[in-house]
Ligand binder design. Sequence first.
Ligand SMILES: Nc1ncnc2c1ncn2[C@@H]1O[C@H](COP(=O)(O)OP(=O)(O)O)[C@@H](O)[C@H]1O
Ligand SMILES: [Mg+2]
Length: 352
Amino acid sequence: MKKEKKKQTVAVLFGGCSPEYSVSLQSAYAVITHMNPEKYDTVLIGIDGDSGQWYLYRGDVDRIPEDQWMDERLCTPVTVSMDRREHSLCYMEEGTVKKIALDAALPVLHGRNGEDGTVQGVFELAGIRVVGCGLLCSAVCMDKEMAHQIVSAAGIRTARSFMAEKPYRETELMSRAEELGYPLFVKPLRAGSSFGITKVCRRTELIPAVERAFEHDSLIVMEEMIDGFEVGCAILGNQELTVGEVDEIELSDGFFNFEEKYTLKTSKIHVPARISPEKAEEIKEAAVTIYRVLKCTDFARIDMFLTPEGEICFNEVNTIPGFTTHSRYPGMLKAAGISFEEIVDRILEGVR
Ligand SMILES: Nc1ncnc2c1ncn2[C@@H]1O[C@H](COP(=O)(O)OP(=O)(O)O)[C@@H](O)[C@H]1O
Ligand SMILES: [Mg+2]
């Protein structure tokens, strides 16, 4: 008789000290509610958006997306044990140290202090398996310039760009911008959800855009605008990869800013993208190359542009993409016949 596998204990992290805190609450809620309770015992760790404190959350899951989870009766400060033999979380209760042994940790955190390798590093240091991309890959993908350099070395086009830091000379930035041509994009080097990003259409808008980007990071990047539209590719797996259907972002104006990303007021997402099967195949192949060269593991969403000439240009990798039931990553896999439950199961497959 086949022996029943024992249940695995997986810590799911949500919230986070990041401007994308609220997005994480929505993503984590969807992931948690689609984890198979027969296979996994879920330990919930909420990270306070202001202090960064980690809490063991023992309340109702429904309070998470409402941002009602932070309640001292339901939350206990928790930390990771740095003893690599233990693989556990520690917290104090009634004056004694309690421990919870973990089989893995799944950060469902977006942006800084969560998607950027820092949290992954804590678990790697503690010898606990982290689900998703590891420390190095997460950190590299968070740094838009560094990711571009690696992908470009693999022969895939990236936008021409310049990095800048403070103090900067306005005249120098102006001449860099002339080289790139208008419109161009000014971005914080390491951010997400379009925070701090401006599409700059004329020279008078450049310096205000630069200052806005500096509110989010000490390094910024100016990028030439790529004509065409943005396409995405959802990848799942390690040696053997599952690739979802390519999606397409149809914009009616401007760019895919924070409001559009979460309301889709004037933009639309098409899955599959309205392109030829051959082009979709080419995009998937480029996405797989990018996933491999950046050493992604378990899952990632690869974003690219498709120009009117049919050229593929890399934009960025989201190592922890939006994970709500209506997000792009699960949407692309759903179009390839993979349900949300199955995605979560596949992501956690390596744990079992
Ligand atoms: N070089 C570019 N050319 C054209 N559009 C761009 C370019 N860079 C960014 N955008 C637009 O801005 C959006 C956000 O930029 P992105 O680099 O993906 O940042 P984030 O990490 O915040 O998603 C993109 O989805 C796209 O609509
Ligand atoms: Mg993006």
